[in-house]
Design a protein around this ligand. Sequence first.
Ligand SMILES: [Zn+2]
Length: 330
Amino acid sequence: MILAGISITILLQNEVHSQVLQNTLKRLDRSFKNFYNGFGYPRFQGRNRYNSFTYPQFGFSIEDGKLNLSKIGNIKIILHREIEGKIKTCTIKKDIDQWYVSFSCEIEKPVIPVEIKTETGIDVGLSSLITMSNGGQIEPPECLRKKEKKLIQEQKRLSRKKKQSGKRNKQRIIVAKVHRKIRNQRSDFAHKTSRKLVDSFDRIVFEDLQITNMMQNHHLAKSISDAGWYQLMCFTKSKAEYAGKVVELVNARNTSQNCSKCGNSVPKDLSKRVHSCPFCGLVLDRDHNAAINILNRSNSTVGTTGINARQGLLNRGSMQRDAQSSSGFG
Ligand SMILES: [Zn+2]
C-alpha cells in the first residue's frame, strides 16, 4: 500500500483505515494553516516524499510481538524497548528500504524535583562539541567525520549522473543511505551525551543560541550541523524533565569575551583559543571560560543582586568543585 498525498489516498480509500485518512487530512490542514500564517504554499508531496502515515488512537494493536494494523494485517516487529504508559498514536514510517513504527505514549509519572547539588554550564564551541564549566570536553566521534567525507564523495557522483537515468536513481539511494547513517550516528551520540550530562548534574545550563541566526553564518553552519547541538539540547531537556532535574537557557551574548573571574571584557576573535585576562591574570581555554560565564549567568537570572550575587558566586565555586569530582567523564 502506498499512501501518496491526497489524490491517491482517495483512490485507495477502501483499503485504508478511516483514522489514517483523518490524519492525512489533519496534515494537509496543518500545511494550509502554516500557509495562511505566512509560510510557503503547501508543496505537492510526491510518491517518494510522503513516507509515513499515522493511526491516531484506533486501528492498531500489539499482540505476541506482532503489530496488527487494520486493513493491512499482522506484521512482526522488533521492539527496541518496552512500551510504557498508554499508547496514543502509532506512526508507520518508511526510511528508504527500512520500515519503522513509533508509538507516542502518555505516561502518568509524578516527577519529583531533585535538590540541586551539582550543576554545569555548557559551551558549544567550534573545535570540540561541548565544553563544561569544570573544563571537561566531549568531542563528536571520529566515525561521523569519516561518513561526512563519504557523503561529499557520493554526492559528487550523483551530480555527474544523467537526469532521469536508472544509474542516477541507484546513486540517489546510496546518498540517502549515507545521510541516514550520519543521522543515526548523530542521534546516538546526542542520546549518550545527554544521558551522561543528566546523570552527572542536577542543573545544566546551555547558551540560548538562535539556530536560524547561526545557520546564516556559513563558517559556523557546518560545525553546528556537525555537532547537532540543538538535538543534544532537546534530548538533555527531555531526559532532565523526566528525572526531575533542570535545564536552563541563558543569553549567549559576550560569554566568550568576558572574563569569568573578574567580569571585565577581554575582546578576542574566533582564532584566539585561549582567554588571557590582562586585568586579573586568569588564563583559561576560551571555551572553558565561556562555559563558566554561562553557568554564572544562570545565577543572575534567579534575581540575586549586589552582595547576595557575590555570595551566590562563592557558593557556586564550591558547587563546581563538587561537580568536578562527581562527574566521571570529560
Ligand atoms: Zn579577569
